[in-house]
Write a protein that binds this ligand. Structure first.
Ligand SMILES: Nc1ncnc2c1ncn2[C@@H]1O[C@H](COP(=O)(O)OP(=O)(O)OP(=O)(O)O)[C@@H](O)[C@H]1O
Length: 334
């Protein structure tokens, strides 16, 4: 049992670890897997006070995580897929600021992951498998690694909106694919392929421009999609940013231009293997900040700019967008 001082000097009972479970993750499999883990959870965390909270809908994980960070739990654990990790990560920050929530206990709360989603791409950069039992053993060790968090700001419903991302943010074709994935979740790992084929029917390559680290605007003609990566994988195992390191204080940008549907089919094995960087039409950059918007005047009106934007596979808004990195902002339990 752990006790912590409250702000007014009283004593408040605080969990050591809060597990936040998305019962709808992995097409409903997350809750089933979590329930099967109960004996291991009890045995592995027998020396700790553990709380469990099932999310009731989108964004609930963010509120739960923020409250837990404020109370000063040792670890907030996301149980689910990349969408759940994304929502939990956003709870590590004060609402509408880039300030990490400070805990009443002094030591900052760590992020933990029990992978149980459809894609679980973020964990691949650490060489972890979607193995929930191995994850519990890792979490209880309590070893921390400070990792970077990305911040994206883009247009949504009449105003600019910001979100944090831990894996990657992207725009264009890939964001269109992301929006199309949910109806195909019943296909499991194949849901991304189905959504990609569907997305090609409505996607149009578009002239953009970008500004890297506050430098001059540069043309990005006929962009198909751009990925701003903190970690290496997305789209269900695609090694899209093979050199990305979530602890290097930088974002790896991959802009794909002039791609047609058959270019994607042809290069698909190389995208999965991470050997696509020297393909024609691919530009790879390493940045601290990035601004990106439509190049043509007629396209520039906010709300009418082409290209959807998503963060960690969650739909966010449209261009214009800006990206920045918060080095070492979160301690990950590794
Ligand atoms: N109780 C809930 N009911 C419905 N949706 C929820 C609930 N809790 C969370 N969500 C939403 O579920 C979505 C997907 O969750 P999650 O990422 O965990 O699973 P997944 O999509 O199967 O995995 P992955 O993102 O790795 O492919 C998130 O967008 C989240 O907002």
């Amino acid at each position: 049992m752990t006790e912590a001082m409250t702000a007014d000097g009283g004593v408040d009972d605080v969990d050591d670890f809060l597990f936040i479970i998305n019962p709808k993750g992995g097409n409903g499999q997350t809750l089933k897997r979590w329930r099967q883990l109960a004996p291991e959870l009890e045995a592995t965390f027998k020396d700790f006070k553990v709380g469990q909270a099932l999310t009731t809908g989108p964004a609930h994980a963010t509120t739960l995580a923020r409250d837990a960070c404020k109370k000063g739990v040792l670890g907030v654990i996301a149980v689910g897929g990349d969408g759940t990790i994304h929502e939990v990560v956003n709870g590590f920050f004060e609402e509408d600021t880039a300030k990490v929530v400070s805990s009443r206990r002094g030591k900052r709360t760590a992020l933990g992951i029990v992978p149980a989603g459809t894609g679980s791409d973020f964990i691949r950069s650490f060489g972890w498998k979607a193995d929930s039992r191995a994850a519990l053993a890792r979490l209880v060790r309590g070893q921390r690694k400070a990792i970077d968090v990305g911040r994206v700001t883009c247009w949504d419903n009449g105003k600019m909106k910001s979100r944090f991302f831990i894996n990657e943010a992207d725009l264009g074709l890939t964001a269109l694919v992301g929006r199309g994935v949910p109806p195909w979740k019943w296909l499991g790992g194949l849901s991304y392929s189905a959504a990609t084929v569907q997305a090609f029917f409505s996607h149009v390559n578009t002239d953009l421009r970008m500004k890297v680290d506050g430098g001059p605007w540069q043309a990005v003609p006929q962009n198909t999609g751009t990925i701003v990566a903190n970690a290496q994988y997305f789209g269900g195992g695609m090694k899209i940013a093979p050199k990305a390191d979530p602890a290097d204080g930088q974002l790896d940008v991959l802009a794909m231009s002039h791609f047609r549907w058959y270019d994607f089919l042809r290069s698909s094995p190389r995208l999965f293997a991470g050997t696509h960087i020297d393909l024609k039409g691919v530009t790879a950059l390493r940045v601290k900040t990035l601004e990106i918007e439509a190049a043509l005047e007629g396209d520039k009106v906010p709300g009418r700019q082409p290209f959807l934007v998503q963060a960690d596979g969650e739909p966010l808004g449209t261009l214009p967008a800006s990206f920045s990195i918060l080095p070492g902002a979160i301690d990950l339990l590794v």
